[in-house]
Structure formats: structure tokens, C-alpha cells
Design a protein around this ligand. Structure first.
Ligand SMILES: *[C@@H]1O[C@H](CO)[C@@H](O)[C@H](O)[C@H]1NC(C)=O
Ligand SMILES: *[C@@H]1O[C@H](CO)[C@@H](O)[C@H](O)[C@H]1NC(C)=O
Length: 319
């Protein structure tokens, strides 16, 4: 027998002694509907009214309406089921009238109708409430198709994507004179794995007119309240390509400098090895301090021709 059915049995056992009307009168639980913000701890405000001040709480159950198992079950003076990280808002419970619960890190899947039942030594009381969850859309991103050759008179599609919101919202388009272009746009909503909504609006412009730019898209939530806004700036083809090329040249320079540095290091190592081999023979060179030796090594390495480096490499290969 699981906890939930045990709870129901206790409930049924107590029923013959208390009529439903009398129960409501003696002991009453009231809860409020709640809208939580995704990923936040959400309070489920509930309170108890009692004619007696010596009521003993025997069991508490919270379940989603229509589901069999409790997601939270207090019984035998301890929390026996807690599948959704729920806690009492008031640490002194069940000695207080505040029956408020807190659900941690709320998710879209926590939405729904709930049944909260409290069983006392004088009967039981039940309350229902609804939980809704909202999530704000991230700042939208505008992209164009074609990506770069956005010119007057050409066909251009603008995309405005806003991700991670809930419930489903909408996107509107305006030009710089605040003319609403939304009629020419097509909205697409995709549901993500965690039940959030990705919005993508495509504005089709058959005859692009840069004098109307910048175009902007505005994201509205399900209550038609503005959440985010983004502008589309025209990238002049030449400039964009130039800056892309400059970036590539810079990146290539880093690679070249990098390989030169590796080459110098490698050659230095080889010199060190050769030097230590030479050290076993009588040397014609004057003794140098470490610092001076390093400096003269660098000097020699930098003066080596590619052929000399090759020679060094083959000389120092293990036999
Ligand atoms: C929703 O948008 C996010 C951010 O752009 C993306 O990482 C994710 O793959 C999208 N999910 C779906 C189902 O489109
Ligand atoms: C915008 O969303 C559309 C439709 O989901 C997708 O095809 C496109 O790649 C997205 N663009 C960006 C920049 O994420």
C-alpha cells in the first residue's frame, strides 16, 4: 500500500464521525491562485481558519487534480512524500494557521489545478487552486536573408527570433516612421523541450527601401505587454566584407607569430642539448652566465638559415 492510499484510508476512517458541513464550519482551508515566474521559488498562499485552537493536524496532502499520487504528503509527524521540492513557508507549521507552501524552481510542467487536503483530529478540509507559470522572452535577434547584399529594390526577408518565453506571445514589425508592417509577416512558434516557446517572425519585403530603415521588431507576451525590441541595421556590403577580411588577416598573423615562437623554442631546446653534449668535450667558448648564454642562444637561433635548422634537427635525432 502506498502513502497516498494510506492517506485516503485515514481520511475515510475519520469521515463517519464528522459530517461534511460540520467539517467546513469547524476547520477551513483557503488557497489563492498563483502565477509563478519560471525557475523561481513560488509561494502557494493558503491559510486555515478554525473554531478551535487545539486542532491537531494529522496529515496534509498536495496533489495535482486528477492525479492519483500526492506530490507532497505529511503524515505521522513527518514529510513522507515530496516529489517536487515543496516546503512550508512557515517553519512552525503545523502549529500555525499559515498553511502556505513554497514550490522551488518552478517549471512550466508545474502548471495546473491542485488539491490541497488537511486532515485533523476534528475532520478534514480541502482547497483547490490553480498555478500558472510565465517566462519572459529573451531579447530578440534580427537576421536578414540575404545576409549581406541588402540593397534598395531587392527582395529581403527579415527574421525576428525571440526564444525561451511562455505562454505564446507575438511579434510586431515597424519601420522608422512607426508604420506597422506586421500584416506582411508570418509568425511561427516552436515549443522547446522544457515547454517554453520560441517565436520567429518573418517579414517579407518585396522591394527593400532603406529610407524606411531601421526596421524594428517588438516582442509582446501573451498579455500583449511589450517585452523586447530590436532594430535591423543595414550592413553595407563592402564594409562588412572588409571587416571580415581584416579579422582573417589578424587571425593569420596570430598563427604565423605562434608558429615562429614554437620554432624558436624548438631550436632553443636543440641548442641546449647540443651545448650539453659539447660541454662533455673541452669547449673553446668562454664560460657565460645563464642569462648571457640564453641571449647568445637566441642570437644564434635567429641567425640560422632554414638549412642550418634542418641540419640541427637531423643531428639531434635519437639514434
Ligand atoms: C529555441 O531557441 C534557442 C535559442 O535560440 C535554441 O537554442 C533552441 O534550439 C530552440 N529550440 C527549438 C525547439 O527551436
Ligand atoms: C530563427 O528561427 C527560424 C525558425 O525557427 C530559424 O529557421 C532561424 O534559423 C532562426 N534564426 C536565428 C538567427 O536563430
Amino acid at each position: 500500500m502506498n502513502m497516498a492510499s494510506a492517506f485516503i484510508l485515514v481520511l475515510l476512517a475519520s469521515l463517519p464521525f464528522v459530517s461534511a458541513e460540520a467539517t467546513e464550519y469547524v476547520f477551513k482551508l483557503t488557497c489563492q491562485d498563483v502565477t509563478g515566474v519560471i525557475k523561481q521559488d513560488t509561494t502557494l498562499p493558503c491559510s486555515v481558519e478554525s473554531q478551535y485552537n487545539d486542532v491537531t493536524i494529522k496529515a496534509v496532502s498536495l496533489k495535482k487534480k486528477g492525479e492519483k499520487d500526492s506530490i507532497f504528503l505529511y503524515q505521522n509527524k513527518k514529510i513522507e512524500v515530496n516529489s517536487r521540492d515543496i516546503s512550508w513557508a512557515d517553519q512552525k507549521w503545523p502549529e500555525t494557521v499559515d498553511a502556505t507552501l513554497v514550490i522551488s524552481n518552478i517549471e512550466i510542467s508545474d502548471e495546473g489545478k491542485y488539491e490541497y487536503t488537511i486532515l485533523t483530529d476534528r475532520g478534514y478540509t480541502k482547497a483547490e487552486f490553480t498555478v500558472k507559470v510565465i517566462a519572459q522572452y529573451k531579447t530578440p535577434i534580427i537576421t536578414s536573408r540575404p545576409k549581406t547584399d541588402v540593397e534598395d529594390g531587392k527582395v529581403v526577408d527579415l527574421y525576428c527570433n525571440a526564444s525561451g518565453g511562455y505562454p505564446k506571445g507575438s511579434i510586431k514589425w515597424f519601420d522608422q516612421y512607426n508604420t506597422d508592417w506586421t500584416k506582411s509577416a508570418e509568425l511561427q512558434a516552436t515549443v522547446t523541450e522544457d515547454k517554453l516557446v520560441n517565436l520567429s517572425s518573418k517579414l517579407h519585403i518585396p522591394n527593400f527601401d532603406s529610407s524606411l530603415a531601421p526596421y524594428k521588431c517588438i516582442v509582446f507576451n501573451s498579455k500583449n505587454v511589450q517585452e523586447g525590441e530590436e532594430q535591423f541595421e543595414i550592413h553595407e556590403t563592402g564594409k562588412l566584407e572588409l571587416s571580415e577580411k581584416t579579422k582573417n588577416v589578424a587571425a593569420a598573423a596570430v598563427v604565423v607569430i605562434g608558429s615562429v615562437a614554437v620554432g624558436i623554442l624548438l631550436a632553443l631546446l636543440l641548442f641546449k642539448r647540443r651545448r650539453s653534449q659539447q660541454a662533455r668535450r673541452p669547449s673553446t667558448r668562454p664560460m657565460l652566465s645563464d642569462h648571457h648564454r640564453w641571449a647568445s642562444d637566441v642570437e644564434e637561433v635567429l641567425n640560422l638559415s632554414p638549412e642550418e635548422i634542418k641540419k640541427e634537427l637531423s643531428l639531434n635525432q635519437p639514434v
